[in-house]
Write a protein that binds this ligand. Structure first.
Ligand code: MG
Length: 454
């Protein structure tokens, strides 16, 4: 079989470059292992729009069918749609074929629990151990699974959003928002029109068709949204919206054509939800402290977890949080489901904007202001990035350091978080401060330290 050495294995799933690591053989073995662990029974399979999606999908199907699982085929769908279908169909599990925000030559398998959550690290390791040892429970000829088409998953997802009592769709419809929406040729093209029809928005789509032929780097961060920003101004739209290819990350652009930055998304959603429902918010260690400031305005607080959607989801379930998510534009609204969901994020933020009566730039200006600088150091696969991060402790005083995930140094109104990525061979350094210069200074200092220690 294809070697697993060229695949990135993490709490988020297994990902690799198509043809070099992410091959049909690798996908087949992972599906055989997954089905042996969770099956027999129905397993939901969805995928984003990547050109390798059909190839990987058929390998995943073959693997699942061979160990006696039925495939519930929802075809091109967002990651949150696949998560919800797994939960609502009472399936034995779910597999999402998507490399999320990675460039188009990548693909990946995100493995779900029967509840539609990402796998916890222990269960993920069990599946990978099965792959390594080839411990598969192949079914005899008369117990091989079957493929069941389930084409209504997208409609069911939107219907569940329509039922949320926190939303008042009339308030949004009255504003008749004109929005430019950048789907990046991802799975968003398959679901977002239904949402905007319901919300009464007039939409100009950009890169709408779900072809997988991304024309920009798919991560919805400001430097990748130039065309969207220009189009918002050309069309004199009220705002712009960008999602990543599997539609779990969301970012906004103001009516002036200025990106708000993906960190603002969860802060805006929190401002709306906390105005309606008392309770706590959960996010990861790298998310902006603007979220804590907004929570404090509502006598609420923020609980932090390690980076990784499953950590946030598990903590949100444990403390019954009213909102959760990640600073990368991932909004999780627990009454809907415990997954990052751009569709629900759009609805929550549009209602906040509708009720504010003003523009998105005015709303942005009313949020606590911080500057965040993100930097990454690429490493060869052979370097133990996690161990390298810990060597910083030999340089820095230990008093102010939080070891929840990598190392996070807290200062007055600023912080630096240094951690090994779960999904790529890199170390991320993120700093936030009141000024861009100070955030930049902190990042550069820690970058130099890491380079010196490697
Ligand atoms: Mg994604």
């Amino acid at each position: 079989m294809a070697s697993l050495n060229d695949l990135m294995i993490s709490v988020s799933g297994v990902r690799g470059i198509v043809g070099a690591g992410m091959t049909p053989e690798a996908a087949l073995k992972i599906a055989e292992a997954y089905g042996s662990e969770f099956g027999p029974g129905p397993i939901v399979v969805g995928r984003d729009s990547r050109t390798s999606g059909d190839m990987i999908k058929h390998a995943v199907w073959a693997g699942l069918l061979s160990v006696g699982c039925d495939v519930v085929d929802i075809d091109v769908a967002s990651t949150p749609t696949t998560q919800m279908a797994t939960e609502k169909q009472k399936a034995k599990g779910g597999i999402i074929i998507t490399a999320s925000h990675n460039p188009r030559e990548w693909n990946a398998l995100k493995l779900l629990s029967p509840q539609g959550l990402f796998l916890d690290p222990e269960t993920g390791s069990k599946i990978m151990a099965r792959v390594e040892k080839e411990e598969f429970r192949f079914a005899p000829w008369n117990r091989i699974g079957k493929v069941i088409a389930h084409p209504t998953a997208l409609e069911e997802h939107i219907a569940a959003i329509k039922n949320l009592s926190v939303l008042n769709v009339n308030a949004i419809r009255q504003r008749k928002f004109k929005i430019v929406v950048d789907c990046c040729h991802g799975a968003g093209g398959a679901i977002l029109s239904q949402l905007f029809d319901w919300l009464g928005c007039s939409v100009i789509f950009h890169d709408f068709e779900p072809t997988g032929l991304f024309t920009r780097n798919p991560e919805p961060v400001p430097e990748n949204l130039g065309e969207l920003c220009a189009k918002v101004k050309t069309h004199q739209a009220d705002l712009g919206i960008a999602v990543d290819p599997d539609v779990d990350r969301l970012a906004f652009v103001s009516e002036e054509g200025q990106p708000l930055g993906e960190e603002s998304t969860l802060v805006l959603a929190a401002r709306f939800v906390l105005s309606r429902e008392p309770g706590e918010v959960v996010t990861n260690a790298s998310t902006t402290q603007a979220l804590d400031d907004v929570a404090a305005q509502f006598d609420s607080s923020v609980q932090r977890t390690p980076v990784g959607e499953i950590h946030v989801a598990m903590k949100a379930a444990e403390i019954k949080a009213v909102l959760a998510g990640e600073g990368n534009g991932g909004v999780m609204y627990p009454p809907l489901h415990l997954g990052r969901d751009a569709m629900v994020g759009i609805a929550l933020v549009l209602q906040l904007l509708a009720e504010s009566g003003g523009t998105l730039s005015a709303l942005r200006a009313s949020l606590p202001q911080y500057e965040m600088v993100k930097e990454k150091i690429s490493l060869p696969f052979s370097v133990n990035a996690q161990a390298l991060v810990q060597t910083l402790l030999t340089l820095e005083p230990a008093g102010s350091v939080d070891k929840l995930d990598g190392l996070k140094y807290h200062y007055d109104k600023s912080w630096v978080h240094v951690r090994a990525s779960n999904t790529e061979p890199i170390i991320r350094i993120i700093a936030e401060a009141k000024s861009r210069e100070e955030a930049q200074r902190l990042v550069q200092k820690f970058k130099k330290d890491i380079q010196r220690l490697n």
